[in-house]
Design a binder for this molecule. Structure first.
Ligand SMILES: [Zn+2]
Ligand SMILES: [Zn+2]
Length: 257
């Protein structure tokens, strides 16, 4: 096994200015979510992506996938492999790759040699891509959703995806004694706790009670902050947990594991 790098392409809850939505590039060939951050990549970098793992079907996490396929499909020699839960694949087939919003790239140029192939994942069953082990973990959100844990030779990296209060994610995480980094969402400030609960995200007060379930001590980075709310959210997090030293995740940050 060699060192795995995980580059942040986008880590905002929305767009505007330099804000880009959720996407990580693992080494050169794997995407974790396909938000607007993908659009910053050069054409040859887009063409080098062979695998895309999706947390859930919400637009801010998948919007670049149809555009990516259209831009590079003809440059590629093998299908782009997309990995998601069955429910998520069904939504992508029905509502995106339906010949109305976008062509069905799993049928073109023909069904035997398509530009796109869907792979169904099951929670807690790792996907192994080029020796890299990536485990989907069920999380609680308004639609079926997973986070992911990536094992590296120097430790593990965990990403919550979009989620609200739950025990399962933390129970799984606590089994990774080598957990080096945790990227966890906090979308809204505490003033919007009702909206946070309705949309099944986290606010700083909820994050604080969630992190109390974590028995490990990784470096923790906050992601998916609503545009314009970043300072308020980070100030509230630091107010609730002054001793924890949590960071706001930034685009272009590279994790090495
Ligand atoms: Zn979502
Ligand atoms: Zn989202």
């Amino acid at each position: 096994m060699t060192t795995t790098s995980i580059k942040v392409l986008g880590c905002s809850g929305g767009v505007g200015g330099i804000a880009r939505t959720t996407s990580f590039l693992i080494d050169q060939d794997v995407l974790l979510d396909a938000g607007t951050g993908v659009m910053n990549l050069a054409l040859h970098q887009l063409a080098a992506i062979d695998h895309v793992l999706i947390t859930h079907a919400h637009l801010d996490h998948i919007v670049s996938l149809p555009l990516l396929l259209d831009s590079v499909a003809a440059m590629r020699k093998k299908p782009l492999q997309v990995y998601a839960q069955a429910d998520t694949i069904e939504v992508l087939r029905t509502h995106i790759f339906n010949w109305q919003i976008w062509p069905d790239f799993s049928q073109i140029p023909d069904a035997k040699n398509p530009y796109l192939q869907f792979n169904t994942i099951a929670v807690n069953e790792p996907v192994v891509i080029g020796g890299r082990e990536i485990k989907p973990v069920a999380v609680e959100h308004t639609v079926p959703a997973v986070g992911y844990i990536i094992k590296g030779e120097q430790g593990s990296f965990a990403f919550s995806g979009d989620m609200t209060e739950n025990d399962h994610f933390w129970q799984v995480l606590n089994q990774y004694s080598d957990l080096k980094y945790l990227v966890v969402e906090t979308t809204f400030p505490d003033e919007q706790i009702e909206l946070t609960k309705l949309s099944k995200h986290l606010c700083p007060a909820m994050l604080t009670s969630e992190l109390a379930k974590l028995q490990l001590n990784p470096d923790i980075f906050i992601t998916h902050l609503m545009p314009g709310g970043e300072k308020t959210i980070m100030d509230q997090i630091k107010g609730h947990m002054p001793d924890k030293g949590l960071h706001q995740l930034q685009a272009d940050h590279i994790f090495k594991i």
